[in-house]
Design a protein around this ligand. Structure first.
Ligand code: MF3
Ligand code: CO
Length: 247
């Protein structure tokens, strides 16, 4: 069941999204070669708590940290730890907050120092694929119109769309209906209506779209060891242009 949010609920979600947006923006400067992923997680947790909000991921299904930090061939759900970021790595940071019971969820992929032009192109196309999908985030379109637009943009550049993980509705829970795949034929699924809030999150790979989950039960990597990028925002469907809560 897709839960439609009231104006009052959207106001609370805006406040959750604001903290997530500002924190992700600040990571662009914060992330430096030599830093461990654990240091990034500590900064994320401290920043969220200073804002008076709650880190949404910590303890979620037993997840042990406040951010998912996924390096290079890690697609999503990388657990922060001792790994040091090296110049040329790409690092995806996915995080969220809870404000008065309402969730925000967003992700970005950053380059560490100077990165390969091909890695930069993957990051850019992943972001662009989100914005192609966003063009269909309006009443009158159907959910898979969003999915299809994302897939077309990613594949146009020779990249592949991860199938095993999808976006989702968001509200009083981090994961609500509907699931939002980043691939598929257009014209299917529920019609979009004002008050729907969707976390749209393309995960795009350089090589095969196939992924596997490592022994830790979380860290998800590409099967071929090539790079992966992630870009996510929580988006409100309105009467006209969609509202980005986390940008
Ligand atoms: N941001 C992820 C998502 O969009 C959720 C992370 S799972 C957690 O589904 F356990 F780390 F919280
Ligand atoms: Co999400």
């Amino acid at each position: 069941m897709i839960i439609i949010k009231s104006k009052e609920e959207i106001e609370l979600m805006k406040e959750a999204g604001r903290v997530t947006a500002q924190l992700l923006a600040s990571l662009e400067q914060f992330i430096q070669p030599g830093m461990t992923t654990k240091e990034i997680d500590r900064y994320v947790e401290e920043t969220i708590r200073k804002s008076g909000q709650i880190p949404a991921f910590k303890g979620y299904s037993g997840y042990p940290a406040s951010a998912c930090i996924s390096v290079n061939d890690q697609v999503v759900h990388g657990i922060p730890g001792k790994r040091k970021l090296l110049e040329g790595d790409i690092v995806s940071v996915d995080l969220g907050t809870i404000y008065k019971g309402y969730y925000s969820d967003a992700a970005r992929t950053f380059g560490v120092g100077k990165i390969d032009p091909e890695a930069q192109r993957l990051i850019d196309v992943t972001r662009e694929s989100f914005f192609e999908g966003l063009k269909f985030c309006k009443p009158g379109f159907r959910l898979s119109d969003v999915s299809h637009a994302i897939q077309v943009r990613a594949e146009a550049d020779g990249f592949s769309v991860v199938r095993d993980f999808v976006g989702h509705g968001i509200g009083r829970n981090m994961h609500e209906d509907p699931q939002v795949p980043n691939y598929g034929a257009p014209g299917r699924g529920p019609r979009l209506v004002p008050g729907m809030v969707l976390a749209i999150e393309p995960m795009i790979n350089q090589g095969t779209y196939e992924v596997e989950v490592l022994q830790d039960g979380w860290t998800t990597v590409t099967l071929d060891g090539k790079l992966s990028a992630h870009y996510e925002n929580s988006v409100v469907i309105t009467e006209d242009e969609p509202l980005l809560l986390t940008l």
